[in-house]
Design a protein around this ligand. Sequence first.
Ligand code: GKR
Ligand code: MG
Length: 425
Amino acid sequence: MRIGEVVVTPVAFPDPPLLNSAGVHQPWALRAIVELRGEDGLVGLGETYGDAPHLALLRRAAPAVTGLDPFDTNGLLRRIAGVLGAADAPDRHGLTGGSSPTRTTLKVLGPFETACLDLQGQLTGRPVADLLGGRVRDEVPYAGYLFYRWAAHPAQPGPLPDRDGDPFPEALDAGGIVEQAGQLVEQYGFRSLKLKGGVLPPEEEVEAIRELRAAFPDHPLRLDPNAAWTVETSVRVGERTEGLLEYLEDPTPGIAGMAKVARRVPMPLATNMCVVAPEDLPPGFGARAVGVVLADHHYWGGLRRSAELAAVCRTWGVGVSMHSNSHLGISLAAMTQLGAALPELTYAADTHTPWQGGVDVVAEPLRIAGGAVRVPDRPGLGVRLDPDALARLHENYLRCGVRERDDTAYRARFEPGYRKRRPRW
Ligand code: GKR
Ligand code: MG
C-alpha cells in the first residue's frame, strides 16, 4: 500500500487564559491535523503545532510524502529532510527550547511518522503500542496540570470562544490552585499534580506547593516555572520544597545553569527546555544537568524516536516523563500508545486535555478516568477523525485571526510593558 494523498488541515479551538512564564494563552490554540490517505481507503492520523511557520513547512513536506510506503519511515525522514534542507522554524514562545535545522526537521517529521505508524497498525491489525515493542501497561497515567489563570479572556476585538466549555474559575493564589486541583482530581481522578509556575514570585509558588501537599498528601507533585528563575533562586526553591516534589522542572535556563542547580538541590531536575533534541543529549547528560527528560513525540521526530530517547535515558540512568502543549485527541492517543510501550516511563505524563473542554477532532476521544487513559485495543492509534468536527475547528481557524502562538504579546495587550524575562526572579 502506498500513501495516495496527504492533507494538512490547520484547526483552532478554545483555550482558557492560562498563565506561564512567557505570558498568557491566547483565546484560540492552534494545531495542524495530518491525514495520510492510503490508496486503499485507510487514513493515518497525526497532530502537531499549527503556528504559521510550522504549517508552511508541513505543507512543503506533504507532497514528498505522497507515494511512500507507510512502513518506510527511514524513507520518510530522507524525503522530508530533502525538501526542508536547512529550514529553521523559530520557537518564539521558547517553552520547548530553541530551534535549529535538526529540531525543525524532527518537528516536521513527528506527525507524518505518527500517521505512518497509525497506517501500519491498521494494515497489520495491531495497536501502535504493539509496533513499539508491545504493552508494558494497560493504562497510561496522566498528571493533573494546574495553572494560575485569569477568570476569562478580557474583552477584545475578534471572536472569543464560548465560556461554557470552561468550568474553572480564576486562580491567582495558593487557595485558587488547591481549589483547581480539587476540581481536576474529582473530575478525572488524577493521582499526580503538576503546577505551572514562573508566574508569581517564587515564595508564593512554594506556598502553593505546601498547600497542595497538605490538601493532597499522597499525590506526587511537580513544579515547572519554565526557566523563570536564576540559579540562586532555583536553589532556594529547591531547598524549600525538599521532600515535597518528585521533580523540579526547568527552574533555570540552559544546560550549564541547570547543571549548577542540579548539584545543589535535593530532588531531580526535569526538562522539556534544555534537552529537547539529539544534539542536546551529550552535553546535557554529560553535565548531569537533568535527572528526568520529558519526551514529546511532536518534536523528537515521532513515536519511534521518542522510544529511542527513552532507551538513551535508561543507559544514562535518567528518568522519563512526557511533555504536552495544548492538544487534541490524536495527540492524546499517540501519547497513550507510546506511554503503553515505554518501560522507562515511570512518571505520569503531562496533558492539557482538561483545558480543552471536550472539544476535539476525533469521533470518540480517549477518556481520562482514575487519572489514566486505558490503551485502546483497536488497530493503529485507536481513534478516528470526525469530519464534521474537523470542518468546524478549521472554520474556527479561518475566523479566529490567530496565526501564531505568542503568549507574551497577548499578555502585553492587557498589561502594557509586560515582557518575557528569563530569568525573571
Ligand atoms: O501550555 O503554557 C503552557 C505550557 O507552559 C507549555 O507551553 C509548556 O511547553 O507545558 C509545557 C511545559 O511543560 O513546559
Ligand atoms: Mg515544562
